[in-house]
Write a protein that binds this ligand. Structure first.
Ligand code: PGA
Length: 250
């Protein structure tokens, strides 16, 4: 049985006090959702420690939204994986399309970040996905395959066994447009097939999350698909009731 995961990517939203309130509200409502769902919240770096404190004693995990390529040193403005891990974070989102698009992250950068994450005991949530142009040209399979081959294929089996993948079509992120459940299933199954080529039966265990305008009204239909193991949620993760309701989609 693959893990069911609902992860909230808060992006550059919430002030520390608001983040703590949001986390507390998620903790307060957690009991209404099946224990089988693993909730993760990913606040900005500035309030990671306060949010970790706020969820203490609950079974909600905390992740960061990125980490540095280097271990430590003269890299002004960067945050090292070891710093994140020292706070008590368990996860780190890597390769989000906004990082690829606005900050020029490439597979080369991401290989280094993945290595940092694993060296510090963090589970990466590695994001892949095509943009609208690529989808319209029918290149979405090739784009996702390359993003997997260039990074995930460099992992050891042990590392791969501790990986979460998020498929996020760029055209669906923050746009209100969601991939249909069938579109999600089609590409999730394809991604799993690519993973199987390299990692064999281990591919069956890898959670693959859908992301892109996932909300309470569409989560259940998408999560019902065989190869969809949960969601990476942006906008709807900023409202505790919506985030929890997405978890009820299982
Ligand atoms: P969205 O973002 O749910 O606001 O579309 C998803 C994401 O980028 O992780």
């Amino acid at each position: 049985m693959r893990k069911k995961i609902v992860a909230g990517n808060w992006k550059m939203n919430t002030l520390p006090s608001e983040g703590v309130e949001l986390a507390k509200a998620v903790v307060a409502g957690r009991g209404e959702v099946c224990e089988c769902v693993n909730f993760i919240v990913c606040p900005p770096f500035t309030h990671l420690s306060q949010v970790i404190e706020a969820v203490k004693g609950s079974n909600i995990a905390v992740g960061a939204q990125d980490c540095a390529t280097e271990t430590k040193g003269a890299y002004t403005g960067e945050v090292a994986a070891q710093m994140i891990a020292a706070l008590g974070c368990k996860y780190v989102i890597l390769g989000h399309s906004e990082r690829r698009q606005y900050y020029g992250e490439t597979s080369e950068t991401l290989n280094k970040k993945m290595a940092q994450a694993y060296a510090n005991g963090l589970t990466p949530i590695y994001c892949v996905g095509e943009n609208l142009e690529e989808r319209e040209a029918g290149n979405h399979f090739a784009v996702c395959k390359a993003q997997i081959e260039e990074v995930v294929f460099n992992l050891t089996e042990e590392q791969f066994a501790n990986l979460v993948i998020a498929y996020e079509p760029v055209w669906a992120i923050g746009t209100g447009k969601t991939a249909t459940a069938d579109q999600a299933q089609e590409i999730h199954a394809y991604i799993r097939e690519v993973l199987r080529e390299k990692f064999g039966a281990l591919a069956e265990e890898c959670p693959i999350l859908y992301g892109g305008s996932c909300k309470p009204s569409n989560a259940a239909e998408i999560f019902a698909k065989e190869d969809v193991d949960g969601g990476l949620i942006g906008g709807a993760a900023l409202v505790a009731g919506d985030f929890l309701a997405i978890g009820k989609g299982f």
